[in-house]
Design a protein around this ligand. Sequence first.
Ligand SMILES: [Zn+2]
Ligand SMILES: [Zn+2]
Length: 240
Amino acid sequence: MNKKLLCVVKPRKDENIFSYINRLSIENMYETNTWILNDSDFNHYIGPRNLLPWKFDFSSLMNLTGLSLNELLITTFYNEFDYEKGKFKHFNFTLYQDSLMNAHAKVCPRCLETVGIHHKLWDIRIFLVCPIHNCFLVSSCSSCGKPIKQYRKKFYYCKCNKDLRTLKVKNADESNSFVSRIIYYKFNSDTRNFKESNLNLLTKLDLKYILLIYHFFIRLYYRDKSRVGSISIESIKYFV
Ligand SMILES: [Zn+2]
Ligand SMILES: [Zn+2]
């Protein structure tokens, strides 16, 4: 017999799937997220860039929640990247494999504290600053020094038990936050308050093309020697 969750909340467009599973766990009064993560076939290696309908089988989570694939896919970049399977293979690769985080996460401790969700945009590698709090996202735990994982037993805690909402943040200035702000306003389809909007052609492009352009130039810069790391703040500086 198929297991079904008693309480099902609707996924939000601005949260990632691990954040959604956390809300489901809270709603169903599970002590940790492990039950739903495991029952939905998530393992420690799954990250946002693996979450394509032809790479990851969503059927267990669909059964658990009774939701359709399309309803669940709003917690991934499937709609924003908008392409069909098999087309533009090189672009697909860049958008998913190069642009998105793997099993590691970066978080804004202040958003975790105030909003309680993992914003989907944090999973974009070049998104390094929280535009709401103007601080750099944090990618490792200050207590144990290890990278923050997407797969966490307790959503708000590192494996070492450090509360991620209490991690110290470093303030960013306007030039550090340019890329993140452009992505944030594009995602929310609202560039009215983006004061550079008339000056920068990037604001006229869809989110996926902004990412492709950045990755094209980053690759040129590195001459394809290495992939862009999630925490290479130094390297991003050259492109803003
Ligand atoms: Zn924030
Ligand atoms: Zn830790």
